[in-house]
Design a protein around this ligand. Structure first.
Ligand SMILES: [Zn+2]
Length: 226
């Protein structure tokens, strides 16, 4: 898969309405979504969100993912993950997460992870499963130590509006994170991906053009392993 270098990449959103100079990675909900639009500005990931982890069985998750993979438009598996505040028990969520990882390993695809108050559990699962594919923690807003731990273990971090929130620690330490492990995303919040690029470029003291290039390089590494 080849990605143009001169675009603003929105790494994670569930609704996708990209402007001319944007590319969106749209996260589909496995229990209800089929790919509707074919566009060179939208790529897809698919997964059973942890909030919905009791809506499909493990085998249904595997079957649906494999069916969707035939379209060749799916560039990663997820979002999947663990959430202590919402959704069914962590036991169920963990089983469903494992099903996603199984498929990701089989097809050599990255995993998009949702984690709320479960960063240690996610890190431990990644190690226990000896996962060989990269995992991306989306909407990350943890401590600097946690961020560096994840990166040390091969994770990428996808960051959102917290980078511009003075009350968030992330806004203070973001520029200490290695840029080759970072993505930016709106998720479904009403924010402009371009404003996130502007803030990030300022924090790292680089141009927006350089940042666009770097993030597409990151995407190529993530998806193509090069
Ligand atoms: Zn999401």
């Amino acid at each position: 898969m080849n990605f143009s270098e001169d675009v603003f990449l929105n790494f994670h959103a569930h609704q996708a309405m990209p402007e001319d100079d944007e590319v969106v990675i749209q996260s589909l909900f496995l229990q209800d979504n089929l790919i509707t639009s074919k566009s060179d500005k939208i790529f897809f990931t698919a997964g059973l969100h942890p909030w919905h982890a009791d809506q499909l069985s493990k085998i249904e998750v595997v079957n649906r993912l494999e069916k969707l993979l035939e379209s060749k438009l799916i560039i990663a598996i997820g979002e999947t993950g663990l959430d202590k505040l919402k959704g069914p028990s962590l036991e169920i969520q963990t089983e469903i997460l494992k099903a996603h990882v199984e498929v990701a390993e089989k097809y050599n695809l990255p995993v998009i992870v949702h984690s709320v108050k479960t960063h240690n559990e996610i890190l431990k699962l990644n190690l226990d499963l000896k996962s060989k594919v990269p995992w991306v923690l989306h909407h990350f807003n943890g401590s600097k130590q946690m961020a560096l731990d994840f990166i040390h273990h091969g994770f990428y971090l996808s960051l959102s509006y917290h980078i511009n929130n003075e009350n968030s620690r992330l806004s203070e330490y973001i520029a200490d994170l290695p840029l080759h492990r970072i993505f930016l995303e709106t998720d479904d919040f009403n924010i402009d991906i371009k404003s996130l690029y502007k803030i990030t470029a300022e924090k790292y003291r680089i141009s927006i053009e350089e940042l666009k290039k770097q993030i597409i390089t990151n995407l190529n590494h993530l998806v193509n392993g090069k």
